[in-house]
Design a protein around this ligand. Structure first.
Ligand SMILES: C[S@@+](CC[C@H](N)C(=O)[O-])C[C@H]1O[C@@H](n2cnc3c(N)ncnc32)[C@H](O)[C@@H]1O
Length: 274
């Protein structure tokens, strides 16, 4: 029998690659197995810039959360939060809005096990093991176990997560359910891989991800934009991820030379309309 580390619950099939653990591998984390690393390397053959793409994604997450803190947002519902890494939402929030709440939700048992251990003594943070495709169950847990107050604005985060919700599951309906559960003045933060620039390469990535526990799809910009129905996009709108309020100097020092096709990632932040 293969070695099973303490952070991998018994229910985890360590031979079956997981999206969360592959993402952890791309970010240089240690919560992944040979099966995850092998498949991540196959994905990287199809899309060689994958490690840069995931870092750009995390960087956007940080900028978006910091921007919302500056607007006074004090509740964050991070759906598909992943295996904790550097620059987690609650850390960005704690530095700016002490007293704010962060609820992490993921369906991956490793992500949840690791987050639960790591964060058990951290104030203002809750970890929920749930499938985001069931908004009623997620919101119930987020309120009752996570202490979220739906009478106050909430930032709903869907950062590189909706690619793992296939069209058959009607992602627009799911996003709308979270929108409708939150009050005006709440926000939606989203990034999503796009097939606009390199359809052949991202098609090959989809083929690789079909072997994971959660196959993924890339979408067109217009389709991604429709997920923001009922939200007003904050400046600069729905854009290539490196163009969403970049840090000064970021575009000059961009490891991919600012070539948005090499990222193939779209991002935006919306404010829920009245
Ligand atoms: C690519 S990672 C993104 C992690 C994090 N949001 C970020 O951007 O750094 C996708 C995460 O979504 C989670 N996920 C995928 N489908 C999910 C679902 N139906 N319910 C909850 N989590 C899901 C995966 O387990 C994984 O941790």
């Amino acid at each position: 029998m293969k070695h099973r580390p303490a952070w991998a619950p018994d229910e985890v099939d360590i031979e079956r690659p997981s999206v969360a653990r592959m993402y952890d591998y791309f970010l240089g984390g240690s919560h992944n197995f040979p099966s995850d690393r092998d498949l991540a390397e196959q994905a990287q053959k199809a899309f060689p810039d994958a490690p840069h793409v995931v870092r750009a994604n995390r960087s956007f997450l940080g900028r978006a959360v910091a921007a919302l803190c500056a607007l006074g947002v004090e509740q964050f519902l991070d759906l598909g939060s992943g295996i904790p890494t550097v620059g987690n939402v609650h850390e960005i929030v704690a530095a700016r809005r002490p007293g704010a709440r962060t609820v992490y939700v993921d369906s991956d048992p490793v992500a949840i096990a690791h987050a639960s251990v790591l964060l058990r003594d951290t104030n203002g943070v809750a970890v929920v093991h749930a499938d985001l495709r069931d908004p009623d169950a997620v919101l119930h847990e987020a309120v009752h176990a996570g202490g979220l107050d739906l009478a106050l604005p909430v930032a709903v985060l869907l950062v590189s997560v909706l690619p793992f919700i296939p069209d058959e599951d009607d992602p627009a309906r799911i996003v709308a359910a979270y929108r409708d559960a939150t009050i005006p003045g709440s926000h939606l933060v989203m990034s999503h891989g796009t097939n606009e620039y390199r359809p052949k390469q991202v098609g090959d990535v989809e083929t690789v991800y079909a072997k994971t526990t959660q196959p993924g799809v890339f979408r067109g910009k217009a389709e991604i934009g429709r997920f923001f129905e009922g939200y007003d996009l904050l400046e600069p709108g729905l854009v290539d991820i490196v163009h969403w309020r970049p840090e000064p100097e970021a575009l000059r020092t961009d490891p991919l030379g600012g070539d948005v096709a090499r990222y193939s990632l779209i991002a935006g932040v919306g404010r829920r309309l009245v």
